[in-house]
Ligand binder design. Structure first.
Ligand SMILES: Cc1cc2nc3c(=O)[nH]c(=O)nc-3n(C[C@H](O)[C@H](O)[C@H](O)COP(=O)(O)O)c2cc1C
Length: 200
């Protein structure tokens, strides 16, 4: 079966793509509202793009009236954001913060989410996140109703027990972020991993 996203099936694009291109990592993004309160929202149109320079992107869609989501608005104004990564213990709380609240109503205050100061930027990290990336906006591209936000990663925080400190490597046997699966509400665990050695 084929779907014509340039024609008859255009309205199915989100459901089809979000259900096929998965699992996706989840960026739980913190930003500063204009009054200094902290906004938090999840985005699964998200990935790391490269390491030289260390680069990530995520992509908020616009609201139905064409206005930017609060996260995009804050990134545009302040030029900074934090990507907090999400494990199973944080899943429920992360989903709660996807509720659409009026601007400057802080999801972190509403949900009682503990925050710790960023090291290189003014935006705080979510204390209980297994890892967090402090990012500076490199570029924001408006493509139709999408706002593609590209950030450079300046600092990485990782929960101590997830790092082999002698080797400065992540303990992938202990780090299990959740993956985003089909819409509306499906996720996967990443605790069942296996290796496929590359040819040398
Ligand atoms: C797991 C998950 C992933 C999401 N991914 C996206 C996404 O990639 N793009 C998007 O526009 N909205 C996404 N959303 C919806 C936003 O989180 C939601 O619109 C939120 O209210 C935006 O908040 P803000 O206005 O504070 O930025 C996602 C929601 C969930 C639960």
């Amino acid at each position: 079966m084929q779907f014509d996203l340039c024609g008859a099936d255009a309205e199915r694009a989100y459901q089809l793509l979000a259900s096929l291109v998965c699992p996706r990592p989840i960026a739980w993004v913190t930003t500063l509202n204009e009054d200094g309160s902290v906004n938090a929202a999840p985005f699964s149109f998200f990935n790391v793009l490269g390491d030289d320079p260390p680069m990530v992107m995520f992509c908020p869609g616009n609201r139905e009236d064409g206005s930017p989501k609060d996260t995009a608005r804050n990134c545009q104004r302040s030029g900074e954001f934090v990507i907090n990564l999400v494990d199973e213990a944080l899943g429920q709380l992360m989903v709660h913060t996807s509720a659409s609240l009026p601007y400057a109503v802080s999801e972190t205050e509403k949900e009682g989410i503990a925050l710790s100061p960023g090291s290189t930027i003014a935006v705080p990290i979510i204390t209980n996140a297994p890892a967090a990336l402090e990012c500076v906006v490199h570029d924001i591209r408006e493509i139709g109703n999408n706002r593609l936000i590209i950030g450079l990663v300046h600092r990485i925080h990782v929960r101590d027990e997830l790092v082999d400190s002698a080797q400065k490597r992540i303990r992938t046997d202990l780090y299990h972020p959740v993956g985003r699966m089909a819409v509306p509400d499906w996720y996967c665990r990443t605790s069942d991993q296996y290796a496929i050695p590359r040819p040398r």
